[in-house]
Design a binder for this molecule. Sequence first.
Ligand SMILES: [Zn+2]
Length: 200
Amino acid sequence: MVAAPSSKSPLVAGRLALDFANISSAGDLSWEDFVTFLIDAHLVSQDRAARLLPFLKTEPRAVDAVLLRTLRLRESLRAIFACIVDREPFPTSWAEPVNEILRITEGHDELVFRESAWSLKFVAREGGLEWLLAAIARSAAELLVEGPAAPIRRCANPSCGLFFYDDSRTHRRRWCSMSACGNRHKVASFLRRQSSRRRS
Ligand SMILES: [Zn+2]
């Protein structure tokens, strides 16, 4: 059995869909990155993750298919959330990848004839791995339903730019996390003050 990857970083966004939009900010996404995110977000257990990882070799087509959907979903969510942060409208078609997942992961009942008897069996919409995206799509849908007033923000560190949901009491949260970007900013402005004091 393959060991599940260990969690890389705590999720800071406060909403699943925002954390998802934040994963590995540039370009491609590996199966391991995605499974690690599923663990971090408590969407699958370590055991389940360890069973998912070998699918890269045993079910390469299913993995490719779900990774393609994952990327599509992530790119559209990033574009949508960026518009919400900037209070700009976006085309409704951008939400289609969300609907796609909601549609697929919905199950249905099916008549099954076995041992000379009919029974009803619940079948997930596809045999693939798309169910892994179900909770993420649902979270994204909830954020969109919240509308333009949803307190979606971007970290004020320009080299970071992670999304987060500002449910702080004052609604003035500026950083993805205090330990990552907030403190760095504090130290930088402290050093700036020190050096200008020295110069004057
Ligand atoms: Zn940040």
